[in-house]
Design a protein around this ligand. Structure first.
Ligand SMILES: N[C@@H](CCC(=O)N[C@@H](CS)C(=O)NCC(=O)O)C(=O)O
Length: 571
């Protein structure tokens, strides 16, 4: 059991940061921090000496520096609330109280990384209904071994599972996400003050629509599998042929799988268009059960269709073709509890194949090549400094790009003029202020668990990644791989330099200065004979940053881009 515990911590290098960050941290001595005011929010400026001393500063010092940034200090507070079960929605929360004063009798077992779509939809229901619950985080098969304690309860190992403690103390297990969701809903009725999630039994027309929409979701899922996970098959003749038959001369070539998928999406779009609001039913002003049943898979469809087929369903063209579907996604993306579980396209293209099999390249070739480069950070822009404000493929500011507590601490208002509110976009935010907040969140995360992250990254060295146990399916996990031990101190030095650059405060000029110092430090402190291996270690880390497991996308792209800046210097 003790061995299991150690392995379990190694599985989740960034997750472990959450555990560390709950402990109280020493605050930075006043001689190091100079506070000054800028606009409505208070900034703490670190003298550049902090940036110049990356090898001498301990992770504790960097942790204190991170905690003294506005964003870092808000995240420390939020971490404490999360442990107490009172924070905002978060992918690694283990307790949700929602005002309850006793320990919940329900326990949900769900995947710890936020990769399982069935766990995601269940969590969305729990958050929306505010159901008090304990959460046990379990790795998926592709991520590592499941704890025996879980397998004793659920021998199939399938997630999610719900453990229910009945009033006479017996325990029962429920599996199958839709069953779990419907039971959770029925046990938390409107009469007790919970939100309504299903049509009422008396409303037979709505019940029938619910069942039809559930079947349509399975139909869409099946078209998605046909399109992405099988060789695509021939297109309908030369480009334009199908279009000409349909009277549209400029339609590009499409396979049967692609047109079947799009036709099914059109049915979904029509269903959404038939209600007044953005959701599938308009008797509620919030998303309901059927919205959750769809959204976690639609999210994976968006990522995989862009990456393997060059089909961007969020582009202007498809906004026009599927306006209701896009409005529905917009409405979801403005909600903090949806964003807490939403992955970026990169994470999905890495977490989908271990679950469903490999995706097949096909579809619209030019777009596909360009999206693949963007999504995997190989277009020289999406993971490269200086970063543009927004991303070309995945708009970052349709809703709050960071946890609301972090936006509030950074003094960032939404486009509705309110400080750190949900339900609004952040497209008009001041780019430099936003970038600094996103960097601070990434710096805070690295500083929270620097030694373990450096050890993890050192698997990328020449003596690393030897997996003494067995290979697991997920590239983003690689759980039992070994570090290249002799490289760890240098990787740690390099990572501290990156962390200091991320934590720089005082606007673009302070950040530019910090980047220059990072470059100087890397050149002087990493020996020439280790530079290439340290660069591979940073690249190993960069390629394993998952959203939302490690950071929100707006912050993850900053970390990826800063690691790339360091890698460039080391090369
Ligand atoms: N029909 C089930 C499907 C559950 C399922 O397939 N879960 C997958 C994850 S997405 C699983 O637990 N697989 C085992 C594993 O990867 O560990 C449900 O709706 O709950």
């Amino acid at each position: 059991m003790a061995r299991m515990h150690v392995a379990w911590r190694l599985l989740v290098p960034f997750l472990a940061a959450e555990v560390n960050s709950f402990s109280s941290r020493p605050s930075l001595s006043s001689s190091k921090a100079i506070s000054y005011s800028m606009g409505s929010s208070s900034f703490t400026n670190f003298p550049t000496s902090l940036a110049m001393s990356t090898t001498t500063d301990s992770w504790e010092t960097l942790q204190s520096a991170a905690s003294n940034t506005p964003v870092g200090s808000s995240l420390d507070e939020e971490s404490a609330s999360r442990t107490a079960g009172t924070g905002a929605a978060f992918v690694q929360n283990k307790l949700r109280l929602f005002g309850a004063d006793e320990k919940p009798k329900l326990t949900l077992y769900r995947d710890h990384a936020g990769w399982c779509p069935y766990c995601q939809k269940t969590m969305l229901l729990i958050e929306e209904k505010r159901i008090p619950i304990n959460i046990e985080l379990v790795p998926m098969r592709s991520y590592g071994d499941k704890p025996e304690s879980f397998l004793r309860i659920v021998p199939s190992g399938l997630l999610p599972a719900l453990l229910v403690e009945t009033s006479d103390g017996r325990k029962q297990v429920v599996t199958e996400s839709q069953v779990i969701m419907e039971l959770l809903d029925s046990w938390h009725p409107v009469e007790d003050g919970f939100k309504q999630m299903m049509p009422s039994e008396e409303d037979s027309a709505s019940m029938q629509r619910y069942r039809q929409l559930s079947n349509l979701e399975r139909e869409l899922f099946s078209w998605w599998c046909t399109l992405i996970f099988r060789p695509e098959g021939p297109s309908f003749g030369s480009p334009g042929m199908l279009g000409k038959l349909m009277g549209k001369s400029s339609e590009p070539a499409m396979s049967g799988a692609m047109s079947g998928f799009l036709e099914c999406l059109e049915k979904v779009d029509n269903a959404l268009a038939s209600t007044k609001g953005p959701w599938f039913f308009d008797w509620a002003e919030h998303p309901t059960m059927i919205d959750f049943i769809y959204v976690s898979h639609v999210e994976r469809m968006l990522a995989s269709a862009a990456f393997w087929k060059g089909l961007d369903l969020r582009s202007d063209k498809y906004q026009q073709q599927f306006p209701a579907l896009n409005a529905w996604l917009d409405a979801f993306e403005k909600r903090e509890c949806y964003l807490a579980f939403k992955s970026d396209y990169y994470t999905h293209v890495k977490d989908i194949p271990p679950q469903y099999g490999p995706g097949y390249d096909g579809g619209f070739e030019d777009e596909r090549i360009s999206f693949q480069k963007n999504i995997s950070g190989k277009d020289g822009k999406s993971w490269t400094l200086p970063l543009s404000f927004d991303d070309d493929v995945q708009p970052l500011y349709r809703g709050p790009p960071l946890p609301l507590c972090a936006l509030k601490a950074a003094g960032i208002s939404g486009d509705n003029g309110e400080l750190a509110s949900e339900g609004t976009s952040y497209e008009k935010a001041e780019p430099e202020q936003m970038a600094e907040a996103c960097r601070q969140m990434a710096g805070w995360k690295i500083a929270s668990n620097g030694s373990a992250v450096a050890k993890f990254a050192a698997r990328g060295g020449p003596e690393g990644s030897r997996n003494p146990r067995k290979g697991f399916g997920a590239e983003l996990a690689d759980p039992y791989a070994m570090s290249d031990e002799k490289l760890i101190p240098s990787v740690e030095t390099a990572l501290k330099s990156v962390c200091v650059a991320l934590l720089a405060q005082g606007g673009p000029s302070a950040h530019d200065a910090a980047l220059n110092e990072m470059k100087d430090n890397l050149q002087t402190q990493i020996s020439k004979d280790q530079a290439r291996d340290v660069a591979s270690s940073l690249a190993y880390l960069r390629d394993r940053i998952g959203v939302p497991r490690d950071l929100p996308l707006a912050s993850a792209r900053q970390l990826r881009a800063h690691l790339n800046a360091a890698i460039d210097v080391l090369h």
